[in-house]
Design a protein around this ligand. Structure first.
Ligand SMILES: Cc1cc2nc3c(=O)[nH]c(=O)nc-3n(C[C@H](O)[C@H](O)[C@H](O)COP(=O)(O)O)c2cc1C
Length: 222
């Protein structure tokens, strides 16, 4: 077909969650800045009654120490189960261990590249590779700026394999009043992709005052 990019036809679509699949998500934390996204994600998943299986890279240990007062144990305690990064015998290393999918938050460019090119050198990237091969949902909260062509190509490769690249990009239409508001909204948008509703404000919500803003704008245009 003229103008058709043949590569589009090769893009994998994750299969829907099986109704019988356990309510369980793998959470990977890598060494990009923004470990607060990981802690909030784990807290919200616990509130939502979703079992979490956590794996943290050594570099994420550095960002945790730089960016928070949490100990490694504090971070691990936010999950139901946590695994050492080198434990390739862990359940999440196998596709036979059923999950709804995996979220890597935040996702460094190094972990992104390993996942994009199927290099499974540690438990985080192995678990992500398993998620892709099982056609489950894989979300990468990739964090870097500005982006090089290498980063962008890796993002395309992951997307073609069925992964979702979801950088932490704040929205301002909710009129955030704090960093917490911004983090909560970003985590909520991630979890939307797993059909988990955290109750965070949405575009069109009366409660968020957004409908009134829209009406005012439309009134001005008329
Ligand atoms: C405080 C701090 C912040 C960092 N922020 C980023 C970042 O935003 N994105 C990124 O790709 N790497 C970042 N890095 C570098 C990664 O930690 C480094 O590339 C590491 O090898 C990633 O390994 P991992 O993917 O196994 O966690 C940061 C490092 C430190 C110490």
């Amino acid at each position: 077909m003229p103008g058709h990019d043949a590569r589009q036809a090769d893009t994998v679509t994750p299969r829907p969650h099986a109704a019988t699949a356990p309510r369980r998500i793998v959470v990977g934390v890598s060494g990009a800045t923004g470990i607060v996204y990981a802690t909030r994600l784990l807290e919200v998943l616990r509130q939502a009654g979703t079992e979490t299986h956590l794996v943290i890279t050594p570099a994420a240990g550095m960002t945790r120490a730089c960016e928070t007062d949490l100990s490694a144990e504090d971070l691990r305690a936010l999950a139901d189960v946590s695994y050492p990064i080198g434990d390739l015998t862990a359940p999440i290393s196998s596709g036979s261990f059923q999950t709804m999918g995996m979220i890597v938050a935040p996702c460094s460019m190094r972990s992104l590249a390993e996942i994009a090119y199927g290099m499974t050198g540690n438990l985080l990237t192995r678990a992500a590779d398993v998620t892709l091969k099982e056609r489950r949902r894989l979300l990468l909260m990739a964090r870097e700026t500005p982006l090089s062509m290498t980063h962008l190509r890796a993002m395309i490769a992951v997307t073609e394999s069925g992964g979702i690249v979801a950088p932490p990009v704040p929205a301002f239409y909710t009129r955030p009043e704090s960093l917490d508001d911004i983090v909560n909204h970003t985590v909520a948008r991630l979890l939307d992709l797993f059909d988990i509703d955290t109750g965070a404000p949405r575009w069109g919500d009366e409660a968020a005052g957004l409908a009134a803003t829209r009406a005012e704008h439309n009134g001005r245009k008329a």
